[in-house]
Design a binder for this molecule. Structure first.
Ligand code: GDP
Length: 305
């Protein structure tokens, strides 16, 4: 079993490549849930949805969120009725959120709900929320604390941020399913996701760092030079005191990684990194990156214990 730690864009692109190389049954994805939100009618788990749709074959890979060809009638009608739904939710996409919301209201855990939705959609891979208790990534901007989704979707990341804060009522713990998948994994891939808003929330779940000590780990940088390929990673890295580049990414993952892959175009080399084409605008490149990661993982651990 190969296990990915994932957000909702960069790592799913690599997971798509891995599907060319391994059967879905041999892929587990541990997914960030710190961007989850209750929305009108249901519960939105954006990163989990991207992976469910990817494995179900229905993902809109132009945006890397939502279902391809989906309509937005309910969203438009809600806006007309004065509901402040700042996230565009498709109609079929909303059905998943409603189904998930119903399951949670009936007392299922997010893990149980995710596995049930996966079965209903014919997903053969294991998609696991990092934790079953609520966690939220918030940003402090101009003296106000707002949810990450509000920062990124409503404000399109155009406001300056001073701090990234994780909020919860009980400290998040990795689920038993997450811990057993890490124990049984032949390798873990920290995909090229946003280190601060997608990967750190997973690493912050109690038990994850410890579990990563015994398994080979590959990480892929989401940066080329001082820019991410997409999204607000640079602003978030700066707000947490890291340089917004591959070196900063390496620092976030210090002590956890055996092999660090950096793009061949990156002008800022990181000592000991492996260079590869990581710009996954074509599925072939993602498949090559996935194969390279498997080769590295098969060499085993190189870190000191
Ligand atoms: P989010 O949940 O939508 O924020 O998605 P992720 O955290 O999974 O992914 C966002 C990160 O993916 C950004 O920091 C991008 O730089 C990175 N990314 C997107 N596409 C690519 C790609 O083709 N190659 C690499 N190396 N990184 C990518």
């Amino acid at each position: 079993m190969i296990v990915f730690l994932s957000g909702g864009t960069g790592t799913p692109k690599m997971v798509r490549g891995m599907r060319e190389v391994l059967p879905d049954e041999e892929i587990t994805v541990i997914v960030n849930t710190a961007e989850d939100l209750w929305i009108p009618g249901g519960f939105l788990s954006p990163d989990i949805d991207t992976l469910l749709y990817l494995f179900a074959g229905s993902l809109n890979t132009d945006t890397w969120w939502g279902i391809k060809g989906d309509s937005c009638h309910t969203h438009q009608e809600l806006l007309r009725l004065g509901v402040d739904e700042y996230i565009t939710v498709g109609d079929r996409d909303r059905a998943i959120h409603i189904a998930r919301g119903e399951m949670l209201r009936k007392g299922l855990t997010l893990t149980e709900a995710t596995l049930a939705l996966g079965r209903a959609l014919g997903v053969k891979a294991r998609i696991l929320p990092m934790t079953d208790s609520p966690v939220a990534t918030m940003v402090r901007a101009g003296g106000r604390e707002i949810h990450f989704q509000e920062y990124w979707v409503r404000h399109r990341g155009r406001i300056g941020i001073d701090e990234v804060i994780r909020r919860w009522e009980v400290p998040p713990r990795a689920t038993p399913e997450v811990l057993s998948s890490l124990r049984e994994a032949r390798g873990v891939i920290i995909g090229p996701s946003n280190p601060i808003s997608s990967i750190l929330p997973i690493l912050e779940c109690e038990g994850v760092r410890q579990a990563l000590r015994n398994v080979p780990v590959v990480a892929v940088s989401p940066f080329i030079g001082d820019s991410p390929i997409s999204g607000p990673a640079a602003a978030l890295m700066r707000a947490r005191g890291y340089s917004p580049d591959s070196a900063g990414t390496c620092e976030v993952y210090a002590g956890l990684v055996d092999y660090f892959i950096q793009d061949i175009r990156d002008p800022f080399p990181v000592d000991g990194s492996i260079r590869a084409d990581t710009l996954m605008d074509r599925p072939r490149i993602a498949a090559d990156l996935a194969s390279l990661s498997l080769t590295l993982l098969s060499k085993g651990r190189t870190r000191d214990r």
